[in-house]
Design a protein around this ligand. Structure first.
Ligand SMILES: [Zn+2]
Ligand SMILES: [Zn+2]
Length: 353
């Protein structure tokens, strides 16, 4: 089968021909129908710092935001059946470390991530433990289901940031996670959600098409002025989803006293912040990463109830052979979510535009 692999610690991916894997004990084989390109995949593609630990694991097939159909189950697997339509929680806990034993598998110290530390889903087939599978509601199609993971990351950040009814919120970043946070903050009851990008017209347009009328382009506007104009002061909550160090200070500058700034970006550089201001302003700085099993259940219910609300996030659908083209679109900020669909013939590749 065709698989998109990280084969060397340098920029780029290799399109490799590899055998279809067999499910091990407790596992199932999934035929991939849709797999989204994630911001973290882009980091791995570009080989920016922060992923050096992948080196001894190469070659590894990338891709963790996916959905597909179960085509084989290992003997003894009863929770999932052949033919089930599933999406998969890519973060796998060990079950034995202290965090796992305390019922917090999301904090597992020996976490394995499908698509980073074990073979992922930019391929026609992928194996996964059956326990990581969630059967899709009937009305959730594969491409919408492939949004589950990033929507969960957004939903979890909003839980960590404790967005409450009536809150004013600034979201820094218009990538998938920024937009997912904005959508989930609105669902959590935020009265105003300001979506901020920088020289990113395509994705700011996607934000507006999702109903966010308060957008700021830092290439032409100044953040504090715009926030002051829109909410008449500072905001209750800030979310950072850029990976750009300057955005932490930008975010703190528009956060009200006692407000919470939640960081979700992967930062390749350290950031310097004035701790005295942090203390005097009683600012809370929090980190959010991944999600919990409960978030997955909630987001799948949401997709079943109002999936169409989320479909505008998908701007491009490409075939497996065109995965690298999809990455280039993401890097050039010409796309919001690019979904790789292995069954799509290259000639059928369609852009929304
Ligand atoms: Zn992801
Ligand atoms: Zn563990």
């Amino acid at each position: 089968m065709l698989a998109v692999q990280k084969a060397a610690p340098e920029t780029g991916f290799t399109l490799a021909e590899v055998p279809i894997p067999s499910p091990g004990a407790g596992e199932v084989l999934v035929e991939v129908e849709a797999c989204g390109i994630c911001g973290s995949d882009v980091h791995v593609y570009q080989w920016t710092s922060g992923y050096e630990w992948m080196k001894p694991l190469m070659p590894v097939t990338i891709g963790h935001e996916f959905a597909g159909r179960v085509v084989e189950t290992a003997p003894g697997v009863t929770s999932i059946s052949k033919g089930d339509r599933v999406t998969v929680w890519p973060s796998m806990s060990c079950g034995t470390c202290q965090a796992c034993r305390e019922g917090q598998p999301e904090h597992c110290e020996r976490k394995v991530t499908l698509g980073l530390t074990r073979n992922g889903a930019f391929a026609t087939h992928v194996t996964t433990p059956a326990s990581q599978c969630f059967v899709l509601p009937d009305n959730v199609d594969f491409e919408l289901a492939s949004l589950t993971e990033p929507l969960c990351v957004g939903a979890r950040a909003v839980e960590i940031g404790e967005v409450k009814l009536g809150h004013t919120v600034v979201v820094l970043g218009v990538g998938m996670i920024g937009l997912a946070i904005a959508l989930m903050a609105r669902r959590a009851g935020a009265s105003t959600v300001i979506v901020v990008g920088k020289d990113d017209p395509v994705r700011l347009d996607v934000a507006r098409s999702l109903g966010f009328s308060d957008t700021v382009d830092l290439a032409v506007s100044e953040l504090t002025n715009e926030v002051q104009r829109i909410v008449g002061g500072k905001v209750d909550r800030v979310f950072e989803a850029t990976g750009v160090t300057a955005s932490i200070r930008d975010g703190l500058s528009v956060l009200r006293r006692g407000g919470v700034l939640t960081v979700t970006g992967i930062h390749s550089k350290p950031v310097e912040i004035g701790l005295t201001d942090l203390v005097r302003n009683k600012h809370q700085l929090r980190g959010s990463h991944g999600a919990t099993r409960a978030t997955w259940v909630t987001v799948l219910k949401l997709l079943a109830q109002c999936g169409e609300e989320f479909r505008p996030l998908i701007s491009h659908r490409v075939s497996l052979a065109e995965t690298v083209h999809g990455f280039e679109l993401s890097i050039r900020k010409q796309a919001s979510k690019v979904v790789v669909m292995p069954k799509l013939a290259p000639a059928n590749t369609k852009d929304k535009s």
